[in-house]
Design a protein around this ligand. Structure first.
Ligand code: TYD
Ligand code: MG
Length: 451
């Protein structure tokens, strides 16, 4: 009979204490300690079974890690070009964002052998119902509704799948730990079980994880340290676009993103994001400007919208959706002080279309163009793009990767593009058919666009 004692574990950082503490001395979090029952002889059954021996680096065969490509090109891209065998991948996201759908699609379309899809959240029939909505046959997909991590691993060793998906890590429990599923010690031990399984059997394992209300992955930070790759699935519930981002990747860059659209029949990969983010208007409307941002290494044109109207109440309102509100205030101050626009008595609302959040300063010029267009009620040409960072003295600053942004605008049929003068250095203008309009200062820009 295992002798158990209680310990108190910080749910934020995993620090342990023998008594309850109001504030964690390690991470400074308040009220984060929960009682957990630790089983004393847990280690006894698991020790000293390692078979690994030291190998000289030169003797290790290179090229043995052939990546497994999936049917999902966006997923492959964020993973750095496919799944690395034996890797442990954590995918986090808000509830209802589509993590289970994404994983089930990956399972149903997987061509590298059997797939074991372990669900602690849904029953077999619920998964079947969901799978029927998706356009995949899924001949090789096995569903297991089990929450005991050892039992899952036993089944996995029997089935010998090419891919294991755990949905979610918070519902699993390790029988040697007596605390409730979802607690720090359970998550840590279950993740360790799958880490061992993935490395021993050389099978990739996806772990789905929940996200707490402050945006971090529920469970200890140690989980993020343990896994090879952390992916974040994000988006807005009111919009259908979803972005898959790499937060950490031991086998690739973290600057790639994948874009999906949630449809009635599952998630559709979006190969050309600019096309969906821009409404194709025939008539010119004031307050709309097209600008270009970089998401990872991909250029993307987005539509910025602004509404400027006289403030009804004493204090004018400023609101920014998808854009930093402080930066909006800064742009308004620059317009007021440097260009003499009386915006202080106006309500200003700014929105990035499509529910996207952009923090690339290169879209400043687009935001400014949309604000001025709405302020003067003069529509901008639907065939123009505005790219540039606006500085505090009203200067338009150069942005990175200008060639890629130009090429994207040209590809989508835009006819003219406003960029910073400073971006001209080293730029081969002859290579582009799109008319390049270099501008240096805000006043100059205003004169040129609104004349
Ligand atoms: P789900 O994958 O269950 O989210 P998570 O696992 O991250 O909690 O996604 C649920 C949402 O996706 C739900 O609101 C319905 C929607 N959905 C569709 O719009 N189309 C579909 O084909 C599917 C399967 C789900
Ligand atoms: Mg789910």
């Amino acid at each position: 009979m295992a002798k158990s004692t209680s310990i108190y574990v910080c749910q934020s950082c995993g620090n342990k204490a023998s008594k309850w503490l109001g504030k964690c001395p390690q991470c400074g979090e308040w009220n984060s300690y929960l009682e957990e029952i630790a089983s004393k002889d847990k280690g006894g059954k698991q020790v000293a079974t390692g078979k690994a021996v030291p190998i000289a680096l030169q003797q290790i065969e290179s090229g043995s890690t052939v990546r497994i490509t999936t049917a999902d090109a966006e997923l492959d891209r964020v993973l750095g070009g496919g799944i690395v065998p034996g890797s442990l991948i954590l995918i986090g996201g808000d509830p209802g964002i589509g993590k289970s759908t994404l994983m089930l699609q990956a399972a149903l379309s997987f061509a590298g052998g059997k797939v074991l899809y372990v669900s602690g959240e849904e029953s077999e029939s619920q998964i079947k119902l969901r799978a029927e909505r998706l356009p995949f046959s899924g001949g090789n997909c096995y569903i297991l509704t089990e929450t005991n991590s050892q039992a899952v691993i036993r089944h996995a060793k029997e089935l010998q799948p090419g891919l294991v998906i755990i949905d979610s890590i918070q519902t699993l429990r390790n029988e040697y730990i007596e605390s409730a599923p979802g607690s720090v010690s359970q998550i840590r031990e279950c993740a360790a079980d799958f880490l061992r399984y993935a490395k021993d059997e050389n099978v990739p394992v996806f772990l789905v994880g929940h996200i707490t209300k402050d945006g971090s992955l529920a469970g200890p930070k140690v989980l993020e340290h343990m896994v090879d790759t952390v992916l974040q699935f994000e988006g807005d519930h009111h919009h259908t676009y979803r972005i898959l981002r790499t937060v950490k990747n031991r086998f690739g860059s973290t600057s790639e993103i994948g874009i999906y659209e949630m449809q009635g029949s599952g998630l559709r990969q979006v190969n050309n994001p600019s096309e969906i983010l821009i409404s194709h208007r025939d008539e010119a409307v004031s307050g709309i400007a097209v600008t270009g941002t970089m998401e990872g290494l991909r250029p993307m044109l987005v539509e910025t919208q602004a509404l400027v109207s006289s403030a009804v109440y004493g204090t004018p309102q400023r609101s920014a959706n998808g854009y930093d509100a402080k930066r909006l205030n800064m742009l308004l101050a620059v317009l007021e002080k440097k260009c003499g626009f009386r915006l202080a008595v106006q309500d200003v609302f700014v929105n990035i279309a499509g529910g996207l959040k952009v923090d690339d300063p290169a879209i400043d010029l687009g935001i400014v163009a949309a604000i001025l267009s709405s302020h003067h009620d003069v529509p901008l040409s639907p065939r123009s793009v505005f790219i540039g960072e606006v500085g505090l003295s009203g200067e338009i600053r150069a942005v990175n990767r200008i060639e890629q942004r130009l090429a994207e605008a040209e590809k989508l049929g835009y006819e003219e593009i406003y960029i910073s003068k400073n971006n001209l250095a080293g730029l081969n203008r002859k290579g582009f058919k799109i008319a390049i309009k270099p501008v240096g200062k805000m006043e100059e820009f205003f004169g040129e666009v609104f004349g």
